[in-house]
Design a protein. Structure first.
Length: 354
C-alpha cells in the first residue's frame, strides 16, 4: 500500500483536478499531507465532484485553464515547482471522439506533448505519471489479455488519440528523459473506472444512477460487451505507487496496465444486474432501441502482471463491492450532499484497510 510519509509535504502538480479521477486523487493526496497544485478546465457538469468533494479547498493552488495553452501551462508548472506531476487532463469519452475528432487529438496528443515539454524544462528530478487509457491498444477483440508491449492503435478517434499519445510519451522518454539527473516519466493505462461523483454521459454506472434515482429503467446499448471494470481508487493507488517507486530510482519499466483480476472482467449486463440488485426499489435495465452509429470494442482485457511483479500492486475490490461503493456514495448525494467529502475520505480509508 502507499507510503504516506513519502507524500507528506510533496508538491504535486495535478492536471484534470476538476474531473472525476482527479478529484478522488486530490482527496487521497490531501489525506497524506501533499501540497496539491491543480490545473484544469472548469468542471463540465453540474453537479460535479470538484464542488461536492470540496477539492478547491484542499488545493494549494487551482488554475482553471486549458491544457492546450502551452504558455499558461508552463507558467503554472514552473510556479508549482513540483516533486511529482500527475497528468489526467484529457478528452475522456469515446462518443465525443466521434463528434469532435480533431479536438480529441488536439487535447489528448498535443496536450500531453505540452505537459511533457513543460516537465522537461523544469530540469529537476521530477517524477511524471502520464495517464492515458486501456483503449490505447490495437484491440483484436479476442478476450486475450493485452500486455504493455501490445501494439498501439484504436479504431475510433478517442482510442487512436490515446495510442498516439502513448507513442509521443515513449518518444519523449527515449529522446529527452533518460538521463539520471532529469525528470523520470512513465505512462499508465486503465479504463472503465466507476465510483461516486462521475456524471459523464454514456457511461454505465453514471447512467444507472441517473435512471434509478428517477425510477426509470437503465437503457443499455451493448449488454454483451466486456470491460475491465474497477473502482476509481484501484488505478489511482497504482499511479501513486508507481510514482513512489520511480522516485526511489528503481530500474523498472515505464509503461503499466492497471485493471481488475480476470475473474472480475464481466459483461455489461452482469454489472447492470449487480447495480439493480444493490440499488433495490425495483431498479431494472432494458436493452436500448437507440442503435449507435459508431463501433465499440466487444472485449477488452488488460494483462496486469507487470504491475503485480514490479510494484507489488494488486486490485483489492470485487466488481460487486465497487458497484456497492458507487451506490453508497450516490445515496448520500441524494440525501445529504454536504457529507460527501467525509464519504470520499471514509471510502479511501476503507480501501487502504481492505
Amino acid at each position: 500500500m502507499l507510503d504516506a510519509d513519502f507524500w507528506r509535504d510533496k508538491r504535486v502538480f495535478l492536471t484534470g483536478h476538476t474531473g472525476f479521477k482527479g478529484g478522488w486523487t486530490a482527496r487521497w493526496l490531501h489525506m497524506m499531507g501533499a501540497s496539491i497544485h491543480g490545473y484544469s478546465l472548469a468542471p463540465e457538469s453540474a453537479p460535479n465532484l470538484f464542488d461536492l468533494a470540496g477539492i478547491a479547498d484542499i488545493c494549494a493552488s487551482s488554475t482553471i485553464a486549458d491544457i492546450r495553452d502551452r504558455g499558461r501551462l508552463q507558467s503554472a508548472i514552473f510556479a508549482a515547482e513540483p516533486d511529482v506531476v500527475l497528468h489526467y487532463a484529457a478528452q475522456p469519452l469515446v462518443v465525443r471522439g466521434y463528434l469532435e475528432p480533431a479536438e480529441t487529438f488536439d487535447i489528448n496528443v498535443m496536450g500531453s506533448v505540452h505537459l511533457l515539454e513543460a516537465v522537461r524544462r523544469l530540469g529537476s528530478r521530477t517524477v511524471c505519471i502520464m495517464v492515458t487509457s486501456d483503449k490505447c491498444y490495437e484491440n483484436p477483440n479476442d478476450g486475450v489479455p493485452l500486455p504493455e508491449t501490445a501494439a498501439m492503435g484504436g479504431a475510433d478517434p478517442y482510442s487512436a488519440s490515446k495510442g498516439a499519445a502513448e507513442i509521443a510519451i515513449a518518444s519523449w522518454i527515449r529522446s529527452f528523459m533518460s538521463a539520471s539527473s532529469g525528470p523520470v516519466v512513465a505512462s499508465v493505462r486503465a479504463g472503465n473506472v466507476i465510483g461516486g461523483g462521475d456524471w459523464a454521459a454514456k457511461r454505465l454506472l453514471p447512467d444507472a444512477m441517473r435512471a434509478f434515482s428517477c425510477a426509470r429503467p437503465l437503457e443499455i446499448r451493448n449488454p454483451l460487451a466486456t470491460r475491465p471494470w474497477q473502482h476509481v481508487l484501484e488505478p489511482v493507488s497504482g499511479y501513486l505507487r508507481l510514482a513512489e517507486t520511480l522516485a526511489a530510482d528503481r530500474p523498472i519499466a515505464r509503461h503499466f496496465n492497471f485493471g481488475p483480476d480476470p475473474d472480475q472482467i464481466i459483461p455489461v449486463h452482469e454489472v447492470a444486474d449487480i447495480a439493480c440488485t444493490q440499488w433495490g426499489d425495483g431498479a431494472r435495465w432494458v436493452a436500448s432501441d437507440d442503435r449507435q452509429d459508431w463501433e465499440e470494442g466487444r472485449e477488452l482485457v488488460l494483462d496486469i502482471s507487470r504491475a503485480a511483479r514490479d510494484l507489488g500492486w494488486r486490485p483489492r475490490l470485487s466488481t460487486s463491492k465497487a458497484v456497492q461503493w458507487t451506490i453508497d456514495w450516490s445515496r448520500v448525494f441524494l440525501d445529504a450532499p454536504g457529507n460527501l467529502p467525509g464519504v470520499c475520505d471514509a471510502q479511501i480509508r476503507a480501501y487502504r484497510r481492505d
